[in-house]
Ligand binder design. Structure first.
Ligand SMILES: Cc1cc2nc3c(=O)[nH]c(=O)nc-3n(C[C@H](O)[C@H](O)[C@H](O)COP(=O)(O)OP(=O)(O)OC[C@H]3O[C@@H](n4cnc5c(N)ncnc54)[C@H](O)[C@@H]3O)c2cc1C
Ligand code: SF4
Length: 511
């Protein structure tokens, strides 16, 4: 460290602000701006985080600090069993006031708040977001129902992205109807990137395997980017997927976990790649409009859920919270999450295949998250908070501000219609149409698969909660026409599956 410690502006850099260019430390001479990093095993152990997630975070942070050092930043790097605030309080005594870009995670903001109030740390605005809170408040408001369309159109108009003379390019704001095709193996997918593992990666993997040995999953840093160059390689790889991203956005396959998705949330949420550079690169790529629009909309979903989380203080400001449990649980779903979600085979090929990819690499794309993992949890009346915690722990791109709205507000109906007009649920035909899971399943989708029974049993159990909901009118009408015999079968299937999975057994074909 060339400068005296007193003449340096010290910034605490949380684990998800790993960007050299968009935060205030990039503003003036880098050697005036010291960066503080904290590896806290208290945080690592605060949840049952997947080993791959711990390794991804630690290795990116270690690489980032080395890159920052070579750019000229003075560095303080602490490894501790304490929490962030305890370390920062101690550092304050040595170096004086510390600056922090307002953390994205509520949990960290909450932890640091007392230090801010005591004047020991100073919060700065976070320039990593693309949209202003005022756009959200003016187009959506601070009370439910929250609807994405109004916000999305406002963002398009404000930014002029995919707009021509004030009108959306191609004549409409969404090309969703062109983006729902199953994938039959053609066009071919790209080979997944394999990253070179360096000394830092190896040290981190050893650390995770030793200190977090009881945590689920395994770590393999050849599967995720950890250096800046590797993160940029990921972006270039993702651009290669973009031409087919739109058409096959909703498809699922046993042959390719990612199909044409970008796998970039991991890098973006850590800010290794800024949302701005990802969008700029995507918009200048050669890809059809339905792909470009679909990708841009997904990136705006990211902004949208973050605004909702912040405006509602992680939903705590909403009346949808159950007064007794303090948790959102509109449908009063209270069954525990079965071990299936941690890798115990259920017998359902769709669910087991997706869980395998989560256990393997802490990732699966949007539709398996929504239409398999959340769908099964919904149909089995799993407690929404338990499911959210599982997503938070198991996924390498999960942070409170993004995982909570996605699971509580979209994956489940725990917030009622605060974010979605109806629950995202499906029976066997949807899974059979959009994937190839059924082809290698012991159940026959046309004869003895019980997922549709679960679907009808769910609607029957919760029909009073859906009364008056126009979007649920059709399923309710179909339910009314369903014979008593079939309804009894639905109920028996639900009870059998729930009890079987809660005993950690595999579901079998019922004669
Ligand atoms: C139940 C459930 C849980 C989810 N949990 C997370 C999570 O913990 N972290 C997370 O980043 N995303 C989460 N998502 C959103 C989305 O599934 C992932 O962002 C996406 O699958 C990541 O893969 P990708 O990078 O290939 O995304 P792509 O399909 O390539 O999409 C491009 C980018 O758009 C953004 N994006 C797309 N959809 C969303 C969304 N709904 N919310 C926020 N950003 C979005 C991501 O940054 C993503 O990288 C969740 C969705 C559901 C239904
Ligand atoms: S047959 Fe049923 S259980 Fe099997 S993969 Fe298809 S939907 Fe899933």
């Amino acid at each position: 460290m060339s400068k005296s410690i007193d003449s340096v502006n010290w910034f605490f850099v949380p684990y998800d602000q790993l960007n050299h260019d968009i935060f205030p430390w990039a503003d003036s001479n880098r050697d005036n701006n010291g960066l503080i990093f904290i590896e806290s095993s208290k945080k690592g152990n605060s949840k049952n985080f997947h080993k791959q997630k711990l390794a991804l975070l630690l290795s990116n942070m270690r690489h980032f600090s080395k890159e920052a050092e070579s750019l000229g930043h003075p560095i303080i790097y602490k490894s501790t069993t304490l929490g962030y605030s305890e370390v920062l309080e101690d550092l304050y005594e040595q170096i004086g006031s510390i600056k922090v870009v307002k953390p994205a995670e509520r949990e960290l903001r909450f932890e640091l708040e007392p230090l801010g109030k005591a004047g020991k740390i100073q919060f700065l605005e976070h320039d990593g977001w693309l949209t202003k809170r005022s756009w959200f408040l003016e187009s959506v408001g601070d009370k439910p129902p929250f609807r994405m369309d109004r916000f999305y159109q406002r963002v398009r108009k404000e930014t002029g992205i995919l707009m021509e003379q004030g009108k959306p390019t191609g004549g409409k704001y969404s090309f969703d109807s062109e983006n729902r095709f199953p994938w039959k193996g053609d066009p071919e997918t790209q080979k997944e990137l394999e990253f070179e593992v360096d000394e830092i990666d190896n040290e981190v993997m050893d650390l995770v395997n030793e200190k977090f040995s009881s945590h689920p999953g395994k770590c393999d840093l050849s599967k995720v980017p950890t250096t800046l160059e590797q993160n940029i390689d990921s972006l270039n790889w993702a651009l290669g997927n973009l031409p087919h991203f739109g058409r096959y956005e909703d498809a699922m396959s046993t042959k390719s976990r990612y199909l044409f998705h970008s796998k970039l949330a991991t890098s973006i949420n850590l800010h290794r790649l800024s949302p701005r550079e990802v969008i700029d690169s995507a918009l200048s790529a050669q890809a059809p409009l339905n792909s470009l629009e679909g990708f841009f909309r997904q990136m705006i979903w990211r902004e949208y859920v973050r605004h909702i989380h912040e405006v509602t203080d992680g939903f705590r400001a909403l009346e949808v919270f159950d007064k007794d449990s303090g948790e959102p649980n509109f449908l009063n779903q209270n069954n525990p999450l079965p071990e299936t979600y941690w890798g115990k085979k259920s017998g359902f090929n769709c669910l087991d295949d997706v869980v395998e990819s989560v256990m393997d690499e802490g990732w699966t794309h949007h539709i398996p998250r929504l239409m398999i993992l959340s769908n099964f949890a919904n149909l089995l009346d799993i407690n929404p908070r338990e499911l959210t915690t599982w997503f938070h722990e198991a996924f390498i791109d999960a942070y409170d501000w993004v995982v909570e709205p996605n699971v509580l507000g979209m994956g489940t109906y725990s917030l009622g219609d605060a974010m979605m007009t109806k629950p995202y649920i499906s029976g066997t035909p949807y899974i059979n149409k959009m994937s190839d899971y059924c082809k290698t399943c012991k159940f026959d989708p046309k004869k003895n698969c019980m997922v549709s029974n679960l679907y009808w049993a769910f609607i029957e159990r919760h029909k009073s909660a859906f009364e008056g909901n126009i979007r649920m009118a059709m399923p309710l009408r179909s339910l009314a026409k369903r014979s008593d015999e079939k309804k009894e079968q639905d109920k028996l299937s639900f009870e059998y599956i729930l009890s079987t999975l809660s005993r950690d057994d595999e579901v079998m074909i019922q004669s």
